[in-house]
Design a protein around this ligand. Structure first.
Ligand SMILES: Cc1cc2nc3c(=O)[nH]c(=O)nc-3n(C[C@H](O)[C@H](O)[C@H](O)COP(=O)(O)OP(=O)(O)OC[C@H]3O[C@@H](n4cnc5c(N)ncnc54)[C@H](O)[C@@H]3O)c2cc1C
Length: 464
């Protein structure tokens, strides 16, 4: 028989959901639950970003695509996010001689990705969370351990270092790639996890606005994702609303070239002059930035057993961190929020929803993890060949001629949230085979007699 609520219970009933991590995924999940009148408690180890300076060393801006946008829309945040976004309709490739080539991403002006600063995105989410009467928000509070069976968690007050134990009903862990909750589940043999590091690290550098003239201008075309592909490594740059760019160097940790060879300022300048001359010319304090900014690692988290005892669930990077080369880590985490919210709304018992979440999501997160790794090769190497551009053009033509049947894999991932990642991966592989066969017979020219009919037959044979 359910116990009677005491006066103390009535004053502060235990929130139904406890979320660890008020990053983008934790906050969005909290908002979605609160919009369905669920009571939520959000626990974040860092200080309140509305009053504390932004942390250094985390990626400064991100690419948002359709999966992330629909989730933000569902939470009623699109209008607040839109002014912070800069459309990037394609890639701008910079070769070794600073010659430029623009390759559009999509078929029309709606098929674009958007650069957004992590700081404004987080701030908007935190403001929305803080303003919601159903959400309780605690900063400077770190989850250090939890016991899913007992329904208790250990929290540490960061400023004082004191720890306390609290109870929870359902705990959602959105505490990022290095998740303490995942570690606690693994330690109790409730989950299995493998963190597979990449042999390449990254470092972020600021390309400032050009101050000549009023107003100051962007150093490069702002409406593009800039790539300096160099085969074994690359530099990329995304625009910021203050007319600067955030550039990111992805480079092997060791080797020639490698981060280990770039310990001196002159070596850094010489390397940039040789490889990325046009970028080097617009980063006057390159050597200082290189010395000051952190060199950070990348990797993929493969985890099984996202839920425990029907009351703990990992989501976002905590469950499935991936490398950033498809610009999908956060988009995927935001999609997690939509899927989980739908399951929780539709299931009578939350335990069933948590189990179903992993069953539905893991094939898709495994697929985007693999596609993100593949995309590194495409971005840093494949895009350099003339064949790549020809193949892209042919694929775009097929997409126009056979709408809904042939959709480039990049487009399925970035612009078609209705197509799950695993399906995008499967259809993408079929399409690659189809392109090989078509090119072998007709080259890259779809206007050749019989080429379209042949493509149609190939699509039919592949069940597309
Ligand atoms: C270089 C780089 C570029 C990227 N570019 C893109 C991109 O273009 N597009 C894209 O979609 N994704 C991108 N990503 C991926 C994206 O950053 C992540 O997928 C996303 O931040 C995951 O969100 P999250 O909320 O799950 O985790 P996080 O953003 O890591 O947030 C976790 C939160 O939990 C808090 N926390 C951690 N541990 C605890 C604890 N023990 N107790 C309490 N709180 C805790 C943290 O302080 C943090 O606030 C990129 C990643 C990198 C590294």
């Amino acid at each position: 028989m359910p116990g009677r609520a005491t006066p103390a219970d009535r004053a502060t009933p235990m929130p139904h959901f406890t979320i660890i991590g008020a990053g983008p995924v934790g906050t969005l999940m909290g908002l979605m639950l609160a919009r369905r009148a669920q009571r939520v408690r959000l626990i974040e180890r860092r200080p309140d970003p509305r009053t504390a300076p932004p942390e250094r060393g985390r990626s400064i801006n991100l690419a948002l695509a359709a999966r992330g946008m629909v989730a933000l829309e569902q939470a009623g945040l699109s209008d607040r996010i839109a002014p912070q976004m800069i459309a990037m309709p394609g890639r701008m490739l910079h070769d070794e001689h600073a010659a430029l080539q623009f390759l559009p991403y999509g078929q029309n002006e709606e098929e674009v990705i958007h650069a957004i600063g992590r700081e404004p995105l987080n701030r908007i989410l935190i403001e929305a969370v803080a303003a919601h009467p159903h959400i309780e928000l605690s900063f400077n509070t770190r989850c250090v351990d939890l016991d899913p069976q007992a329904g208790t968690l250990q929290l540490r007050d960061e400023p004082s270092g004191s720890t306390r134990s609290e109870s929870f009903e359902i705990l959602l862990a959105a505490d990022g790639a290095g998740s303490a909750v995942r570690a606690a589940l693994v330690a109790r043999a409730l989950s299995r996890a493998e963190e597979r590091p990449l042999a390449h690290d990254y470092k972020e550098l600021l390309i400032p606005a050009i101050e000549r003239g009023t107003p100051p201008s962007y150093a490069f075309e702002p409406h593009a994702l800039h790539i300096w592909p160099r085969g074994g490594f690359m530099l990329i740059a995304l625009p910021n609303t203050d007319r600067s760019f955030t550039a990111t160097l992805f480079l092997p940790r060791e080797g020639d070239p490698g981060f280990d060879r770039l310990s001196r300022g002159e070596a850094v300048r010489a390397f940039f002059r040789q490889q990325f001359a046009d970028a080097a010319a617009v980063i006057p304090d390159l050597e200082q930035q290189f010395a000051l900014h952190p060199q950070s690692q990348l990797g993929t988290v493969y985890c099984q057993g996202w839920q425990a005892q029907g009351r703990v669930l990992l989501l976002g990077d905590a469950a499935h961190a991936i490398v950033p080369f498809h610009g999908q880590g956060l988009n995927c985490g935001f999609e997690d929020c939509r899927v989980l919210d739908r399951l929780l709304a539709g299931h009578g018992d939350s335990a069933g929803a948590l189990a179903e979440f992993e069953r539905q999501r893991r094939p898709n997160t495994d697929a985007i993890a693999a596609m993100a790794l593949e995309n590194y090769l495409e971005m840093r190497a494949d895009v350099r060949s003339a064949q790549f551009a020809q193949r892209q053009r042919l694929a775009a033509e097929l997409e126009r001629d056979f709408p809904g049947r042939f959709i480039r894999r990049y487009s399925m991932v970035m612009f078609h949230p209705e197509i799950p990642y695993a399906e995008a991966q499967r259809r993408g592989a079929q399409q690659e085979q189809l392109l090989d066969t078509l090119v072998e017979r007709f080259g890259y020219d779809l206007s050749q007699p019989g080429a379209r009919a042949y493509a149609e037959r190939l699509l039919g044979a592949a069940g597309l």
